[in-house]
Design a protein around this ligand. Structure first.
Ligand SMILES: [Zn+2]
Ligand SMILES: [Zn+2]
Length: 237
């Protein structure tokens, strides 16, 4: 398998263990053509990237692109989907530094309202129907209102109506991730949306450099769900 890109990797700028260069070196050693650095959006209470670091990250990546001609290094961000309206933690102060945006739901994101605080609790404890609807609307509205390249680990930490999400992803040209750390999309979800013809991306979600390009779990999911692998944009089998 040839890995064309791994867009989902974390560094010490959020809660990864390695530097940007550490991730780049592993990507090169695995023959990966494009690596994305995608630390957590700043409205994550524990791991959010610091706004003041983003310009520095851009500068570091521009220099590394000069140094390592054999790979394309991109600066992205894994933004937090903050509420049912689909607000994400992206703003004009730094959006121009970024090459692409991913977005996903995380427990640790700063609640934007009482409603979104209650929803964290619902997802954590009750796992209710109300939470499933909230999570689904949040992702759908995030895709409609923002230019999101990839929705990360859909359904992880908060259940969703995946078919509704997949239809909007198709219409908004948003890719759905098969996350190789969390196992979402999972086999059941993929089987449910197979007929829609979405574009998929595998993400390692590496938090240590050695896991950059580790697509093992995602490949198991793909093999079991028997999807058309040509729909997965970042690998060639
Ligand atoms: Zn995530
Ligand atoms: Zn991540």
């Amino acid at each position: 398998m040839q890995i064309l890109a791994d867009y989902h990797t974390h560094t010490i700028y959020s809660h990864g263990k390695g530097t940007i260069e550490d991730n780049v070196k592993v990507a090169i050693s695995k023959g990966i053509k494009t690596i994305g650095i995608s630390d957590h959006g700043y409205k994550h209470m524990a791991y959010g990237v610091k706004i003041k670091d983003i310009a520095k990250m851009r500068e570091e990546i521009d220099k590394l692109n000069e140094k390592y001609k054999e790979i394309n290094i991109l600066l992205g961000m894994e933004c937090n989907i903050l509420d049912e309206k689909g607000n994400i933690d992206l703003n004009d102060k730094f959006s121009s530094y970024l090459d692409y945006i991913m977005a996903g739901y995380h427990f640790g994101s700063t609640p934007r309202s009482i409603r979104s605080l209650i929803n964290h609790c619902d997802n954590y404890i009750a796992k209710s129907e109300r939470a499933k609807e909230h999570n689904t609307n949040a992702i759908i509205n995030a895709m409609k209102n923002n230019d999101i390249f990839i929705i990360t680990h859909p359904g992880d930490k908060g259940d969703v109506y995946i078919e509704d999400i997949a239809k909007v992803a198709k219409n908004t040209d948003t890719r759905l991730e098969i996350n190789s750390s969390h196992g979402f999309l999972n086999v059941k979800q993929i089987k449910e949306i197979k007929h829609i013809g979405n574009k998929f991306i595998i993400g390692s979600d590496a938090h240590i450099p050695q896991n950059v390009g580790n697509f093992k779990l995602a490949m198991n999911i793909i093999n079991e769900s028997k999807i058309d692998v040509t729909l997965i944009e970042n690998i060639i089998l």
